[in-house]
Design a protein around this ligand. Structure first.
Ligand SMILES: Cc1cc2nc3c(=O)[nH]c(=O)nc-3n(C[C@H](O)[C@H](O)[C@H](O)COP(=O)(O)OP(=O)(O)OC[C@H]3O[C@@H](n4cnc5c(N)ncnc54)[C@H](O)[C@@H]3O)c2cc1C
Length: 414
């Protein structure tokens, strides 16, 4: 295996030759529509794949490079001044691909992983439902076995980019006669299959990246099932770990991730604050200095937290659930910096033009700041996870965990 330092030098030379650089530290995706961003991310991923830098820790037989997390860290550090397929990394490489790697059959890994690592198939996470996303184990979408196939019915919601994705990774109930955590399974769903209807949802900032999907008798082949029937909750726990690690900035499966969902753009937003106050000449005012310093402290603490939690989970000193600490801190930091930006920008956040404020529009950022504390599991849920599964505090009371899910009263019945 190539030595990490030698790999670093090769990656540095390849990046300079092949990947587009950031302009003034900014990623072009920030000014792109969702479909432009998706297309751009796919093409960057393809370039990396052809250059031998996609899926650094994934085994070679599935299209990866067969290297180690240390190689991936070297790649991430070297690529910090270059464009990166953030959206693709976030949803597909850092979350779905490791789940298929861990739980898929040999055939599923050979069939799906090369298409992911080469940027061909962009995947969606189909977890949240209209009845609630926090109680993931209470999923109502059902898959029923019919001979060699499964038939999917129900609805998922808040799916990032659902209308643009090729494939979906879907949690569905396959057994109503056992307690809720035991009757779930994961399926691979072709989002263009007959019976899949996708509707876009427009947000308060005008963005329409969310979707709701309706499944009406969608026929899934036998090999759409990932893992065993009933293994869905165990897979969901891993998917959430991969997601929290990715949002928190500590994934080992993909390179640099920053973006709308990751909220990992705190460093970039903090830099924009500094530029804004300098260009206005307000950077010496006490209140401005206080706010800019707060943003700086939060960003710096986050960077050290990533290093510490990464090291701890790698050596086993910290449990994988500790990723919830990173996810929560990243989300809360991101929301707070958006509020600081809004306060510093003043009326121009609402009526000013972007050019006067740098590339960032603080108003729309402020409008959606809380979404970062909801995506990938809300901050309340992260706090529950930290309390119960990191600190070992008593579990939250539950009335529906021990009974067959089919007997649990729901909605108007309750
Ligand atoms: C930017 C963004 C991207 C997203 N992308 C996806 C995606 O691609 N795929 C996908 O499946 N989902 C996605 N989601 C959905 C997200 O996972 C859910 O919104 C989230 O899990 C919360 O679920 P909910 O909105 O249904 O709120 P609910 O579960 O209805 O919760 C409502 C409120 O109650 C609180 N609450 C609920 N239960 C508890 C409890 N036990 N203790 C304390 N407080 C509680 C919650 O914190 C929340 O404040 C995305 C969301 C956002 C904002």
């Amino acid at each position: 295996m190539i030595d990490v330092e030698e790999f670093r030098l090769q990656a540095r030379a390849w990046l300079a030759e092949n990947m587009p650089r950031l302009e003034n530290g900014l990623d072009p995706f920030e000014a792109m529509s969702d479909d432009e961003d998706d297309r751009h991310a796919k093409s960057l991923q393809r370039t990396m794949y052809e250059g031998g830098y996609a899926g650094i820790v994934f085994p070679k037989e599935y299209g990866g490079q067969g290297l180690t997390p240390a190689h991936n860290r070297a790649w991430t550090a070297e690529s910090k001044d270059y464009q990166s397929p953030h959206r693709f990394n976030m949803s597909t490489v850092a979350i779905i691909a490791p789940a298929i790697l861990e739980f898929g059959t040999e055939e599923q890994k050979k069939r799906w992983l090369p298409g992911i690592l080469s940027g061909e198939h962009f995947w969606a996470q189909l977890l949240s439902e209209p009845s609630g996303g926090s109680d993931l184990a209470g999923a109502l979408t059902r898959a029923e076995q019919d001979g060699d196939t499964w038939v999917l019915n129900g609805s998922k919601v808040w799916t990032t980019g659902g209308h643009l994705r090729d494939m979906g990774f879907c949690l569905a109930r396959t057994d109503w006669n056992v307690p809720k955590h035991k009757g779930l399974s994961f399926f691979i769903v072709d989002l263009h299959a007959p019976g899949v209807e996708i509707q876009k949802i427009t947000q308060s900032n005008g963005n329409a990246e969310f979707c709701q999907e309706y499944f009406n008798d969608v026929v899934l082949p036998a090999d759409a099932l990932v893992g065993e029937p009933g293994q869905g909750w165990a897979i969901a726990q891993r998917v959430l770990f991969f997601e929290r690690s990715a949002i928190g900035g500590s994934t080992i499966y993909a390179g640099r991730i920053t973006g709308r969902k990751a909220g990992g753009g705190s460093t970039r937003r903090q830099r924009n604050l500094v530029n804004l106050t300098r260009s206005r000449g307000t950077n010496q005012e006490p209140q401005t200095r206080k706010l800019v310093a707060e943003a700086h402290v939060l960003t710096t603490v986050r960077t050290h937290l990533i290093t510490r939690i990464n090291a701890g989970t790698r050596t086993g000193a910290l449990t994988p659930q500790t990723a919830a600490v990173l996810k929560m801190f990243t989300s809360e930091t991101s929301a707070r910096i958006a509020s600081i930006g809004y306060e510093l920008a003043g009326p121009e956040a609402v009526v000013g033009d972007d050019a006067a404020l740098g590339a960032l529009s603080f108003g729309p950022e402020y409008l959606v700041r809380q979404s970062r504390c909801i995506a990938g599991g809300s901050s309340e849920i992260q706090r529950n996870t930290i309390g119960e599964r990191v600190l070992g505090m008593p579990r939250e009371r539950s009335d529906d965990s021990d009974r067959p899910f089919g007997e649990v009263r729901r909605g108007r019945q309750a």
